[in-house]
Design a protein around this ligand. Structure first.
Ligand code: M6R
Length: 614
């Protein structure tokens, strides 16, 4: 949440910062701002409520000169989206400007202290408190900016990724992080700082990930120095990133979401590459095989995640229980950490996260690690916080996912979970060898089948025209398809703002069936698997009450076609891999409905891609 970018070097900073903000806009987009110290000893701050394009427009006739600067795109936590609450925030004397991603939890106490010392505030943000505190420390202790930042951060409770610049010092940026991501890009005579590598990759692939409580002293024409808030000097290894610029662009698609939906055959293949080998009938996940004893003797698997990743976790529950005979519990990270969970040292905890930065999942990881459980991270963003805080894990390898609504990351999460279940089940012998081979061959065919489904895009688009103005939707599924129903409903809600609920099909009779009338579209996942007959009965119950049914069916289906109002066909597969296929038409349906409703598909209101606050 919130995107931070900073630059110091030999080029003009403004164009780099604005471009960086566009790349980071998926992290938050209710206001944006920029601070530029220049050689005339001025520190210009420009900020507006609205999008990065509004900021760029606002800056048209302003002095944006200089080769150093910091910029921010906001997702509001404390204080509504407004010009005043936008970052950067000046200190009282307007000699410091600061940008922040995170939450200062004790901001109220700090603010009171500062007010008692004569400070006044222009905004209702927690961030302004921090910049004032830094200035206060600087003046009180007659010290330099880095030491003042150290002193201030030692008083702060909460999460932060910050960058600070000062007037009269156009050669220095101080950056720091705790529980919010921050990465440095190390170029030739130039340094970048950002919330993630997307604004940096165009200029350098050499990066350093800051660790909690690190402060980076970024000086012009000098190597970056690192010190902790406890004043311990540190060094960091430079990592070479494998990311290309084309991954950050729409590549001819009108939206990132559509591009990412259509990338899925390739991303699924990438996810399997080097792991699934059908010639030797093998699946190799080193994260599991290197820790085989822990996995094979696990008393239980606990899966922790949020949002779409939690839906993937539910599919994981079905997979591990069926194929590995290990009991599984799936928990929202945010709920798990605030009760008193029983965690056994021989539990395996699998955490799932696209971004690897979700604050609740990170906090839940802390909790389970303290209890001695083994933590396996299933993540997309390489080098993010979750993989750095887990014992072992697997990347999904789908490249940057920029659309706020998760699509390709979800199907790759399902793919990794499927590979994990096959790998563990084979070693534990809970999957007989002939069955293992059958399943592996089928898994290998999944990307081709996804490709086939994508060819029905035009038909799904037509269908979307019929339902664009519905006010409510219900999504139904049973067994493996139940999490798909939840995910289909979430996709529709988040990008079209239509109310949608996912429900286990059989539970309809216990309440929600009262909602059914001819105004209520019901999307039923009725593929030809174990619960097929039962789902048909559930569809009949809806039809008997004048409900309108859109059914996702297997290609060879004849029965549902005669009952449902509309059908979307997908290729048949093994029941346990069905979710990877069944979600594709639902992603497309939500996409087209949202486009018809003229929604901002890639940046839906109130949302941000990476939820780095609790
Ligand atoms: O990065 P994570 O996978 O940890 O994010 C979890 C959720 O915030 C995320 O899946 C969210 O629900 C998406 N917007 C869903 O499309």
């Amino acid at each position: 949440m919130c995107g931070i970018v900073g630059y110091i070097g030999y080029r003009e900073a403004y164009p780099i910062l604005i471009k960086g903000l566009y790349r980071l806009e998926y992290r938050g987009y209710d206001s944006a701002g920029i601070a530029l110290p220049n050689r005339q000893n001025e520190l210009n701050v420009y900020k507006v409520k609205g999008r990065v394009s509004d900021l760029d427009e606002f800056c048209k006739n302003k002095d944006v000169s200089g080769t150093i600067g910091i910029a921010h795109t906001r997702w509001a936590t404390h204080g509504e989206p407004s010009n005043n609450n936008a970052h950067p925030h000046y200190s009282q004397s307007e000699t410091l400007a600061l940008i922040h991603n995170g939450i200062i939890e004790n901001y109220a106490t700090l603010k009171e202290q500062l007010i008692r010392n004569g400070y006044t505030f222009q905004s209702s943000t927690d961030t302004e408190v921090l910049v004032q505190l830094i200035e206060y420390m600087k003046i009180l202790n007659k010290t330099d900016l880095c030491t003042a930042v150290q002193m201030a951060l030692n008083q702060v409770v909460g999460a932060y990724a910050i960058a600070v610049v000062e007037e009269n010092n156009p050669d220095l940026i101080i950056a720091a992080r705790k529980s919010s991501p921050l990465v440095l890009g190390i170029g030739e005579k130039e340094t970048f700082v950002a919330s993630d590598a997307s604004p940096i990759i165009e200029y350098t692939n050499r990066v350093i990930y800051l660790e909690d409580e690190d402060i980076a002293v970024i000086k012009r024409n000098a190597p970056v120095k690192f010190v902790t808030i406890g004043n311990v000097e540190k060094t960091h290894e430079i990592i070479k990133l494998e990311m290309s610029l084309s991954q950050l662009e729409k590549g001819g698609y009108p939206h990132f979401m559509l591009k990412e939906i259509f990338e899925q055959p390739r991303t699924l293949r990438d996810c399997m590459r080097g792991r699934v080998n059908v010639d030797c009938n093998n699946v190799i996940l080193s994260g599991i095989l290197d820790n085989r004893e822990r996995f094979f003797n696990a008393r239980r698997i606990l899966i922790l995640a949020c949002g779409t990743s939690w839906h993937a976790g539910l599919v994981g529950e079905y997979l591990f229980e069926e194929l590995c005979r290990i009991p599984v519990e799936v928990e929202y990270s945010s709920e798990f950490r605030y009760r008193h969970p029983v965690i056994f040292p021989d539990d395996i905890v699998i955490t799932i996260s696209q971004s690897g930065e979700t604050a609740d999942t990170l906090a839940a990881i802390d909790l389970v690690r303290k209890a001695g459980a083994f933590v396996y991270g299933l993540c997309n963003v390489v080098g993010s916080s979750i993989p750095r805080n887990t014992d072992s894990g697997s990347y999904t390898h789908v490249g940057p996912e920029i659309g706020v609504a998760s699509t390709k990351a979800f199907t790759a999460q399902l793919m990794v979970l499927s590979m994990m279940a096959l790998c563990i089940g084979r070693e534990k012998k809970t999957i007989p060898e002939p069955r293992f081979i059958e399943l592996l061959q089928e898994l290998n065919s999944i990307p081709d089948k996804v490709e086939q489904i994508l060819k029905t895009n035009d038909k799904i688009k037509e269908l979307s025209n019929i339902f664009t103005y519905a006010h409510n939707f219900i999504y139904l599924g049973r067994g493996y398809s139940y999490p798909v129903a939840l995910e289909g409903a979430l996709k529709l809600k988040e990008i079209s703002y239509i109310h949608a609920e996912g429900y286990p099909a059989a539970e309809m009779k216990h309440g929600p069936i009262a909602l059914i009338d001819n105004e209520m579209p019901v999307v039923a996942i009725a593929t030809n698997n174990g619960t097929y007959e039962k789902v048909i009965s559930n569809i009949q119950e809806i039809k008997a009450r004048n409900g309108r049914v859109i059914a996702v069916v297997s290609q060879d289906d004849t029965t549902v076609k005669n009952i449902a109002d509309y059908v979307i066909e997908i290729p048949s597969t093994e029941e346990c891999f069905d979710p990877i296929l069944a979600i594709i038409p639902l992603q497309l349906l939500s996409y087209h409905i949202a486009v018809n409703k003229k929604r901002n598909v890639d940046m839906p209101r109130n949302l941000a891609k990476s939820v780095t606050v609790e």
